[in-house]
Design a protein around this ligand. Structure first.
Ligand SMILES: [Zn+2]
Length: 244
């Protein structure tokens, strides 16, 4: 009973056949595919109509705060609202390769408001802007927060935990010390799994939801639980944040 709360099937379909990807993912009960821009959001909706267990999260990746006008952003927010997605995502701040953090912050605040209005989780990107992101989320009283691929230090992680936030662990936990540390630091009841497919693969090919099982193996080892037990806990966490 696995769950992939953050993936990009609209990007993965450029590299792998989605029918086959879905066939491989028999053990994955829910796949939440995240939009990154206007075109991506529309494709996400089409894909989630086609496959029963695929659910849409809609959002604007931080680069869209720069490339879209205010009016285009407002239009997209109205569109997203009308489609009633299961979550807002992928949204957030990126100080790694995207400029104008101040403008990104303004757009993020709009999405925090929208997620509260729709009463759905918000899936957050915070690359090289972990502290600023937490500041904005806290100040705007964000609810149902999922920190995707969080790379903040121990102190910031503890702050996010105390704010009640959840964390998604990517498949690269099999290769990357940062995510091993993260999964040790966060309590079991805040743990979720993601692929971020086609990125962050545990294998030498484009990532796909079926590879969540690689993460489960590694997290189970770190948390000293058996895999089945861990799968149940993560699925319960998914239900707690998405279905309540
Ligand atoms: Zn992503």
């Amino acid at each position: 009973m696995l769950v992939d709360v953050h993936t990009h099937l609209d990007l993965l379909e450029k590299e792998k056949d989605l029918d086959k990807v879905l066939k491989n993912s028999e053990k994955v009960k829910v796949i939440i595919t995240n939009g990154t821009g206007p075109e991506s959001n529309r494709r996400v909706l089409e894909i989630s109509k086609k496959y029963e267990k695929v659910k849409p999260a809609l959002g604007l990746y931080p680069d869209k705060a720069i490339s879209l006008t205010d009016e285009e952003i407002e239009d997209e927010i109205r569109f997203i609202k009308s489609k009633k997605p299961v979550a807002i995502g992928e949204v957030g701040l990126d100080n790694y390769r995207i400029e104008n953090l101040e403008r990104q912050k303004k757009v993020l605040i709009k999405f925090i408001k929208l997620s509260k209005e729709l009463d759905v989780p918000i899936i957050i990107h915070s690359r090289k802007a972990e502290e600023e992101t937490l500041n904005i989320l806290e100040k705007n009283d964000a609810k149902k927060v999922i920190m995707h691929c969080f790379s903040g230090n121990k102190e910031l992680t503890e702050r996010a935990v105390s704010l009640g936030y959840y964390f998604t662990i990517p498949c690269t936990i099999t290769r990357n010390k940062t995510f091993r540390k993260l999964s040790k630091r966060i309590p079991l009841n805040r743990l979720l799994t993601e692929t971020d497919a086609p990125y962050l693969s545990s294998r030498d090919e484009a990532n796909e939801p079926a590879f969540i099982e690689d993460s489960i193996k590694k997290i189970a080892e770190l948390k000293q639980l058996n895999e089945e037990e861990l799968e149940k806990i993560i699925f319960m966490n998914y239900q707690n944040i998405f279905l309540k």
